[in-house]
Write a protein that binds this ligand. Structure first.
Ligand code: ZN
Length: 345
């Protein structure tokens, strides 16, 4: 379904106040927002396949203002866990979580939350500050934006794609991302792709990726709680168990070692049902994480105290940047069927 149609549906729910009825039916006690990059302005229109992964600073600021006017407590994930376990549901609560961690988390998100006197949780993929993980998911878009044609493939299967127009770039993007993922090592394959096209994956990592120094400044601020988000951002469900444990456990050890803080929370990369399942929620519990979060849509309900390693989140997406949508999301409409089932359970 196109973002435009979904937006119309969200507006209909808001302006008919149907979301208020759903809110009463679902009786959610809180919600966990999730976002990725935060930018000053909208990106270029036309070819921008990763636009959903970036939200405007003014929108995020508006959602923070909304939380205050709605009387939602802004809390850490540790506090979310405490309220679920101790059944403290007197006030609605929200937790803001940011995944992967780009430079803008330090430059834009940190000062904004400091101004609001609000905490947030940062889920770090350690390969980003370690500079061992090329940021291929933004990199493909960037290379296509720079080039009017690109080479890809290997040996006698090497071919050249014309990427002059927005349509050509869009077609090439789908083809490239599909073939990078199919290799099972998209980061390595992206480095090869860059080498073929005289591009530097390192300069992109330096431009976008957070540094350990910036992470330490975030830690010193006192408003950031850190969580693990693997070493290399794989879909955990696709990994053999020992590899899944290594991605989850080692990323936590590295963060604890570099930042000198306990890391009690984990976010599953991608977080959809195809990327993390029952086995993986179990591993998160066995590794001693207090909570693990997914991107399964939904608000928190009292029954989530029994599913602390499979918590739902509400993704703030670049395609739906209206503060009123945050109110609709908090009604639980997006995961309503799912939420009702879990509440009954
Ligand atoms: Zn992620």
């Amino acid at each position: 379904m196109s973002p435009k149609i979904i937006g119309l549906g969200l507006d209909a729910l808001y302006y008919t106040a149907l979301y208020r009825l759903i809110d009463r039916m679902i009786a959610g006690v809180g919600g966990i927002f999730c976002f990725h990059r935060v930018v000053d302005e909208d990106g270029p229109s036309g070819f921008a396949p990763t636009a959903g992964l970036a939200i405007r600073a003014s929108f995020l600021n508006g959602v923070l203002d909304l939380a205050r006017t709605e009387g939602w407590d802004i809390v850490t994930l540790s506090e979310v866990r405490r309220r679920l376990v101790e059944r403290r549901f007197g006030r609605k609560f929200v937790c803001f979580t940011v995944d992967d961690i780009y430079r803008d988390t330090h430059e834009v998100v940190l000062p904004m939350f400091q101004r609001h006197g609000a905490p947030f949780t940062a889920f770090v993929t350690t390969g980003i500050p370690d500079r061992t993980l090329p940021i291929w998911w933004f990199g493909v878009e960037q290379v296509l934006n720079r080039c009017d044609d690109v080479w890809f493939g290997k040996g006698d299967r090497l071919c050249r794609l014309q990427t002059r127009t927005a349509d050509e770039k869009t077609a090439a993007y789908a083809l490239l991302v599909g073939s990078l993922k199919a290799t099972g090592d998209p980061a390595g394959a992206f480095a090869d792709f860059c080498a073929l096209n005289d591009q530097s994956p390192e300069s992109l990592s330096d431009e976008l990726g957070v540094t350990w120094e910036e992470l330490r400044a975030m830690q010193a601020s006192g408003v950031v709680e850190f969580g693990a988000h693997t070493l290399t951002h794989p879909a955990i469900a696709a990994l053999p168990e020992d590899e899944a444990r290594r991605e989850m456990g080692e990323s936590r050890s590295i963060l604890e070692d570099r930042l000198k803080v306990p890391v009690r929370h984990f976010a599953f990369p991608y977080g959809d049902p195809g990327s993390c399942g029952v086995r993986d929620f179990g591993i998160a519990g066995q590794l001693g994480f207090d909570t693990a979060v997914t991107t399964r849509k939904g608000v928190l309900v009292p029954g989530d105290a029994g599913a602390l390693h499979a918590l739902p989140r509400l993704v703030l997406n670049g395609h739906f940047q209206k503060e009123r949508y945050a109110k609709v999301f908090m009604s639980g409409v997006l995961g309503s069927a799912d939420g009702v089932i879990r509440w009954i359970r």
